[in-house]
Design a protein. Structure first.
Length: 241
């Protein structure tokens, strides 16, 4: 009885674990998170987005050291799954079985790093939310304003939650985006590493373009080993571009 009472008193007096520090401005937040991502160097990610009413999902892993930046991503849309890899600057795309007559039966196509198509795809993937979280953090640094912040939990783990407005004119550098903004939410884990990002692109599409709904990105496994390699050479066909 005495032991039980002592344990109860101890539990009542225990202080809850402190959450990660909250930052008051976007630049300080980005500096802290970027420092931590640089130390981790690898991450796994998942993406879910709705475009024109149809859900698209992707999962993958990434190594974002330089010069060895690499990524592997499996993408599913309309029930069709494809895979993309970026290794040593080259883009590898899986070829559907019905289209392999164009690649001599090989299941992979390759755009070289110095080809126009390879450069275009590489830039798109690195600038998209489906790739390096440091790219998103840099957008927050250039054009982000923290509107609200709180300590919370995510998947049962301590986290900090930020509501941020992004100035698209500053992040894109495009004159036509001047004055336009988009909201995002960012969760950092207890180590100040990105755990989740939520973007709302509603109303940003130009007339005639498909409307994009919210996009959610999750990041896990920071610093854990990843397996990203080019497909075997005898399974790859060179693609023009």
């Amino acid at each position: 009885m005495v032991l039980a009472l002592a344990l109860l008193i101890g539990a009542c007096g225990a202080k809850p674990a402190a959450g990660p520090a909250l930052f008051g401005d976007a630049q300080t937040l980005v500096r802290a998170a970027t420092e931590q991502t640089g130390k981790a160097q690898t991450v796994r990610f998942s993406v879910a987005v709705t475009v024109a009413g149809r859900e698209t999902t992707a999962t993958g892993e990434m190594r974002f050291t330089e010069p060895g930046w690499a990524m592997k991503m499996t993408h599913t849309a309309d029930g069709v799954t494809s895979e993309t890899r970026v290794v040593d600057g080259a883009q590898y795309v899986s070829i559907p079985e019905q289209a392999r007559g164009l690649t001599g039966g090989r299941p992979w196509g390759r755009y070289s790093a110095d080809s126009a198509k390879g450069k275009e795809l590489g830039a798109m993937m690195r600038e998209s939310g489906q790739s390096d979280p440091a790219q998103v953090l840099d957008d927050v640094r250039k054009g982000g304003t923290i509107d609200r912040r709180e300590q919370t939990t995510l998947d049962g783990q301590l986290a900090s939650h930020y509501w941020i407005t992004i100035d698209l004119g500053k992040t894109s550098g495009l004159p036509e985006m001047a004055g336009r903004t988009a909201p995002m939410e960012l969760w950092l884990d207890a180590d100040q590493l990105p755990a989740q990002m939520l973007f709302d692109f509603s109303g940003l599409a130009s007339a005639g373009d498909p409307q994009m709904g919210p996009m959610t990105m999750r990041y896990t496994g920071w610093g854990e080993p990843v397996d990203i390699a080019a497909p075997p050479a005898d399974q790859v066909a060179e693609l023009a571009g």
